[in-house]
Design a protein around this ligand. Structure first.
Ligand code: MG
Length: 346
């Protein structure tokens, strides 16, 4: 019986060797070699060689696993694309370098794929990686290498290297009483998008404003220029919000031994931006602002009187812990985790 010729759409990774899959991915990636790239030797040997411009290297790693971090298909009917997964894998890692005040120089990618995954999905993933690097503005970042393997579920691990360009890293531990608390980027939008994906309302029927929230969940947009700008402006502490403003703010507060007191008036516009989703789902938008992660906005503290760098908005102040209360996050002096904020307790 004659075999049906496989097109790129029906071809699965099981039908190709590792080298054949890589041959389709590599042309879609920026593998370095251009002027200013840290990659001195790209894929082809047993290891890549990258330069460490100031003698130090920032390094971080993050994994996304099917059904843990994303669903192939959501209750709303949305199907996660390879482009989404590639974008998010790059964005999360680029954000961690941004949160130190650095700039990403290289990514290393490890892909685990079930045999039935179409090759087109994998090519799409490579395009998502490349698009995130370019569109988010990680202009000196290239893909230095990677690994491809078989498994029962999709898993994408990205390690990122970065440089501080001669400067000091901004840690979580430097906030001092009297500092200004500021936010760059968004908060709560990815969580609102997640709630829309998880709802039974068909993604097809969403308004453009609602769809924009879904897109931010699938393809987050960390403010990559804000980290180095905050460092240059003298930020005393910083992290990126991956698990929620209150939870990550609590981590910064604990590391610094301070209280971050947030201003409800400054949080209100963040919640208002989520109305397209909260009205549809009859949800409390402030819950997404305070508890939602994955926007990868930057939370930073600055010495009093410092002019905040572009992109940052003041949302509170740093205070010394009280005699009975330890480090943590408060809203207008009220501890988060009491009264109306119970559901945000760790
Ligand atoms: Mg982080």
């Amino acid at each position: 019986m004659p075999e049906i010729p496989l097109t790129e759409e029906t071809l699965t990774v099981a039908g190709l060797s590792e080298a054949e899959v890589l041959a389709r991915i590599f042309p879609r990636l920026d593998m370095g070699g251009s002027h200013g790239s840290a990659t001195l030797l790209g894929p082809g040997d047993d290891a890549a060689i990258v330069s460490a411009p100031d003698g130090r290297t920032l390094i971080s790693i993050d994994t996304q696993t099917q059904d843990q971090d994303f669903r192939p298909e959501w209750p709303s009917g949305y199907r996660t694309t390879g482009f989404d997964v590639g974008w998010k894998a790059a964005a999360q890692n680029l954000s961690d370098i941004n949160a130190m005040g650095g700039a990403a120089t290289s990514l290393v990618v490890s892909l685990t794929l079930p045999p039935e995954i179409p090759v087109s999905w994998v090519v799409d993933l490579a395009d998502g990686l490349t698009a995130a690097i370019r569109e988010l503005g990680a202009s000196h970042c290239s893909v230095a290498g990677g690994d491809l393997g078989r498994g029962r579920e999709i898993s994408v691990t990205v390690a990122v290297l970065g440089t501080l360009s001669g400067g000091m890293a901004v840690l979580r531990s430097g906030a001092r009483s009297g500092d200004v608390v500021a936010l760059a980027g968004t908060a709560g939008r990815a969580a609102a998008g997640l709630a829309l994906l998880e709802s039974e309302t068909s993604v097809q029927s969403l308004t453009p404003a609602q769809r924009a929230l879904v897109e931010l969940q699938c393809r987050p947009r960390p403010p990559l220029s804000a980290g180095p700008l905050a460092r240059a402006a003298g930020a005393t502490a910083m992290l990126d919000i991956s698990d929620g403003l209150v939870r990550d703010g609590g981590r910064l507060a604990a590391a610094s031994g301070v209280v971050l007191d947030l201003d409800p008036a400054a949080l209100k516009p963040l919640a208002e931006a989520l109305r397209p989703a909260s009205d549809l789902l009859a949800a409390d938008p402030m819950a997404w602002v305070l508890g939602g992660g994955e926007d990868h906005g930057l939370l930073a503290t600055f010495p009093p009187g410092v002019r905040l760098p572009p992109g940052f908005t003041a949302i509170g102040s740093v205070q010394a812990p009280g005699s009975t209360t330890g480090p943590g996050v408060t809203i207008a002096g009220h501890a988060v985790g009491t009264g109306g904020w119970d559901h945000f307790a760790d």
